[in-house]
Design a protein around this ligand. Sequence first.
Ligand code: ZN
Length: 388
Amino acid sequence: MPQTMTSADLRTHNQVRLLRAVHDAAVPLTRAEAARVLGIGRNTAAALVGELEQARLLHEVPAETGGRGRPTTLLVPHPEGPLAFAVDFREDTWTLASVELGGAITELEGGEHDRTPHAFTEIRAAIERHATDRLAVVGFATSGPIRDGRRLHISHLGWDEVDLDVLIGADWPETLVDNDARLAGLAEARRGALRGTGTAMHFHIDFDIGGTLLLRGDAQRGAHGIAGEFGHMPLTGSALECMCGVRGCWSLDVGANALVRRFGARPGYVEGRDFAREILRRAEDGDPQAAAALDANAAALGKGLGALANALDPEAISLSGLGLDLIRLRRDLIESACAENLMAFRRDAPPQILPGTMGDAGPLTGAAEIAWDALLTPDRVKNRLQGA
Ligand SMILES: [Zn+2]
């Protein structure tokens, strides 16, 4: 027998859509605007909002109308509603934040760590210090691929197949973990430069380059959650062997390590980032050796983007990390190298290459988004309404 939707299911479906609209909006929605976005009548919207208010999922406050027009209300997070926590775990630091419906982030705590899995014990303690009964889900951003969502590979820390179920023990609140470059892309698609795009790509450039394909505001994860290792495709013809085990990876030509190597020094993970910045400064001051290294990096970036655009046809590509400097200093070179690698018939409509707007907050914002994705499901919302 085909499954039919009951009127209660339909109600929950619309409640989830309403919460989603409030969460995704760039600025707080009025109740009338939310009704328009959902394509429902004002009375239906008023009833849905009333139920969500009772379940402490949404709150209505009077909107400023400047004395003109019908008085209306703004839909804002309920002051006693659920909260997500977001963690940005980097190679040397971590940050913990609390995130409301709508995406407002409050940083709670952060610090350096000793580059061992002990860092997770510190983060767990911080979550406990700040948690109240409003905490519902934790979203966690970490560097490196995470196989099957559970096995962590952070080559710069020497972590190989580290079991997240051991690090994130049974005493943690429900926790969703994803890769930082993918989460930075998700943040751009939901709240940054790629908002509203259908097919887009985001690349974060640090020591090397990582990225994600974004379809209608969601990041593609692949069969084992490890899609998006675009940096480990041989897009630019390098003859070197990469630390991933493949020869000729794109990452050997783009990023801080590639800049340092092109400059004639040995890439190293500790000071490599600062040294790369120094090379960019020298290039800006006209040092020819530094300028050549920067040119090579920008050209390799553009070539790879062109090759990927042939395969995936993104309407826009955003960049973060060192990518922002590369756009600022060598936009023309990136675009011409990209065009050179585009199939001829595509060259009159190349993908837009944009600076990301989330900055350093990208991974944390993306972590908050996956936590809220887990909260804004029909089952969760139904449970909450039934408990009200
Ligand atoms: Zn590689």
